[in-house]
Design a protein around this ligand. Sequence first.
Ligand SMILES: [Zn+2]
Length: 222
Amino acid sequence: MDNNYVDLVLDTAAKVVASGAIAANGHGNVSVPVTEQNEMYFTAAPSLIGIGPEDVVRVAFDNTLLEGDLPPIQGAVVAMHTTLYQQEPATGCVIHTHSPYATAFAVAHRDIDCWIEALAMFGMPDGVPVAGYGPRGSDEALANIRAVLRPGLPAVLLANHGVLVFHRTPDLAIVIGGVVEEAARAAINASAIGGPVAIPGAMRAAALQRTMAFHEAGTQSV
Ligand SMILES: [Zn+2]
């Protein structure tokens, strides 16, 4: 085990818990790849709350356990992570949770539309799609995930299950998990007062461009 990767996985898990975009029982898993070795470091505990180095395992991208103790029930979801690393080599972290509001959309088989600006700013101008149901980690579930992936899209809802987010870095993946949960929560609250309204298509690109303009200008307004 490389302690730098073990620490990175544990640090990421703790940040996910602190972000609040997670179910009360902490269910979920986090992975970080070592791309040049075709392997990843993965949390093998059922919950992200209170885990330690003994809960981190090394798994090859072909789903072979390389080091550590991986309970079968957790082994079943390994392939959700390795599929993403193989599909998109620039992926630097995958996070799976059952964050409650986003999971409500997954259970309802309802895509998240572009209801809040942050979705447009963080690579989800067309919202977040639902990948059809298959037993977790099964070939069918993986095919359903691949079927809804698009270049640059950093999140997928897993029908009747939860949420999968992924990005170049762990911190960005954590942000995505928070944005998806925030959008789902706002939409469900809005459903009590007429329902959420999507940002018009042309304005979604404008929201991203304005963010990039601010980024390039530093703290100055433009
Ligand atoms: Zn799950």
